[in-house]
Design a protein around this ligand. Structure first.
Ligand code: G3I
Length: 509
């Protein structure tokens, strides 16, 4: 992501003295690393009741967005069959204009459900209502909301690791099958959307009887039963004293990687007890920054984490003061001045070179242009990640783009091109090396639906859709792979042979 000087100036609004001359923003550093860093749009933004600095900071520092309340059930279907999309549309328009990824929050949640739903006691009727809601809402934003919290906070708080019954019309009237059904219906409405289970207090560790352990067990069951879950969201509303939580998140990410599921931090804030508001000093804010930094460290080091979302931008607008008995949990203070936590996040990002950060979303960090003519892969020449990404599109029969001498291909022994694969948990990333062939240039050529690979004996071929989701993986054991199982469209093909890798965008027609 490149910024003009004017944009860069805007980027620095609210930056501290230590960052004022820096070229980087959270967003630019995250994008170089194939990651999303985001923050909510507060309800005040939707109501045009927020300071002008808010949007300047938001669009400059973040590349992902979620609505604080405006995509919830009571906001989108306040009356049966009457859908209200205006506020959500406003966010999607803003996100498109600023090339941001949109999270949708939330489809099935016991809270913020309108009265007409809460009064339903007939199972079939409520299943119909849930399906109709998901069909309409997910369908309305198909292709625009990249990821949905399909089910939010469905586990009870009484440590017997069961589904929440108290206060949940979904569980009381339908039973646990509402969760499975919601995922299946959301997938049917938008097969390309990532689908998450989202909850709080799952950053408390995987010990026996833990909520996180219950989530992992359910993820395993869902995957075994082909329920289309792709991600878990750990909300991570924590307090300054919760020092073990970053490493608990790491353990959860590793546990979910075994099931090929992404873990996203979806609602981070690190609050102080409200009573301490008047006595907070530099060491307190430094400690808060240290915790933020540890979360970012974990986030960047775990390959199956993709989004780092903060539940607010400024302490001037945060749910903590009104509802949580906590305060000042965000990275900008009430005057929109960046806090030490902001600098800590920047420091963490800079300490993790792009070449070492793996990502589930690497090839889709800048959302694809709807015209599908621009290359949406990360091609920022300023990025330290040296992934070889040819901006040309290879069409069937087009051999020109892979002709000998193509400087975009990877030269033998060029280890700078080592590219962390998009998330393929369980994939060791080590290809079979055949030294004689490995001394040749790694090349690919597409003829019809046959992709030929030269310069490698057993190269691994991975194909990703334009959202970066893996759709095909095979070894080109005889120098070619058959892509005829893929639908027409644009894809990113990655060929890897040991440490060498070559990536191109292709159009299958
Ligand atoms: O819309 C009404 C408005 O008409 C009325 O005048 C006003 C008076 O208080 O209330 C408004 O509704 C409030 C709503 O936010 C919109 O501002 C509700 O009272 C208030 O309860 C609601 O709080 C939201 C809360 O979810 C509800 O559960 C917070 O803004 C929102 O930050 C919070 O977000 C949740 C996530 O969705 C799930 N995870 C936890 C997170 C924090 O609680």
């Amino acid at each position: 992501m490149k910024y003009s000087k004017i944009m860069l100036g805007a980027a620095l609004i609210g930056a501290t003295a230590s960052t004022i001359f820096a070229q980087e923003t959270l967003r630019s550093l995250a994008e170089e690393r194939g990651r999303y860093v985001g923050a909510i749009l507060n309800s005040e933004w939707f109501n045009n009741a927020i300071e002008s600095q808010f949007e300047e900071i938001h669009k400059t520092q973040f590349n992902a967005v979620v609505a604080e309340n405006e995509m919830k059930f009571d906001a989108t279907e306040p009356n049966k069959g009457q859908f209200s999309y205006a506020k959500g549309d406003k966010m999607v328009t803003y996100a498109k204009a600023n090339k941001m990824r949109v999270r949708g929050h939330a489809l099935a949640w016991h809270s913020q459900v309108p009265g007409w739903v809460n009064n339903i006691r007939d199972k079939k009727q409520l299943l119909d209502v849930l399906k109709n809601h998901i069909d309409n809402v997910v369908g309305h934003w198909k292709g625009e909301v990249a990821e949905w919290d399909v089910v939010n906070e469905a586990i009870n708080d009484d440590n017997n690791h069961g589904w929440r019954s108290n206060g949940s019309v979904w569980f009381q009237t339908i039973g646990a099958e509402f969760l499975d059904s919601a995922f299946v219906w959301a997938h049917a409405a938008d097969p390309d959307a990532e689908l998450c289970y989202n909850d709080y207090a799952i950053e408390w560790g995987l010990g026996q009887g833990s909520k996180a352990g219950f989530v992992v067990d359910q993820v395993k069951r869902w995957k075994q039963n082909n329920i289309p879950i792709t991600c878990v969201g750990t909300q991570t509303h924590i307090e300054i004293s919760h020092e073990t939580t970053p490493q608990n998140v790491r353990a959860l990410a590793k546990a979910l990687a075994e099931h090929d599921v992404v873990l996203n931090i979806t609602e981070l804030d690190v609050g102080f007890p409200q009573g301490s508001a008047g006595s907070l000093g530099a060491s307190d804010y430094a400690k808060q920054g240290h915790l933020y930094r540890q979360f970012m460290d974990v986030f960047l080091e775990e390959p199956n984490m993709g989004e780092f979302m903060i539940w607010g931008v400024t302490d001037a607008h945060s749910w903590l003061d009104g509802q949580q008995g906590k305060t000042q949990g965000l990275i900008y203070d009430k005057q929109y001045k960046a806090k030490p936590a902001y600098d800590s996040l920047i420091a963490s990002l800079k300490a993790h070179p792009a070449s070492e950060v793996k990502s589930p979303y690497k090839s889709a960090v800048t959302p694809p242009d709807s015209s599908a003519t621009t290359d949406s892969t990360t091609t920022d020449s300023t990025a330290t990640d040296s992934t070889v990404t040819d901006s040309s599109t290879v069409t069937p029969g087009d051999t020109s783009s892979v002709a000998p001498g193509d400087t975009s291909s990877v030269a033998p022994g060029d280890t700078s091109s080592v590219t962390p694969p998009p998330v393929t948990p369980g994939d060791s990333g080590v290809g079979i090396r055949h030294e004689a062939i490995a001394s040749m240039e790694l090349r690919m050529n597409l003829v019809g639906r046959t992709l030929s690979v030269a310069g490698a004996a057993d190269a691994k071929v991975q194909v990703f859709d334009m959202r970066g989701r893996p759709v095909f993986s095979s070894v080109a054991s005889k120098g070619s792979v058959d892509l005829s199982g893929l639908s027409n469209g644009l894809y990113v093909v990655r060929v890897r042979d040991g440490a060498r890798s070559l990536e191109r965008r292709v159009a299958l027609r």
